[in-house]
Design a binder for this molecule. Sequence first.
Ligand SMILES: [Zn+2]
Length: 69
Amino acid sequence: MNTQPNIKASDLKPMTCTECGGMYFRQVMAINKVSRFLTGQDKDTVYPVPVFRCDDCGSVPEEFQPEIA
Ligand SMILES: [Zn+2]
């Protein structure tokens, strides 16, 4: 069983930075904290959320913004 979607090179659309047009992105971690008063834990809980930022100008494209529930 081949469950891989059949993606051709011509189907790939490189994302570009909306600020500078750069094509290269770097994965960084946004760290979200949840107050210990909400979780009942001894310490605040830390949730790392991976985001991609432009390697050239450092801006985070809107579709890469971490979703804050
Ligand atoms: Zn950029």
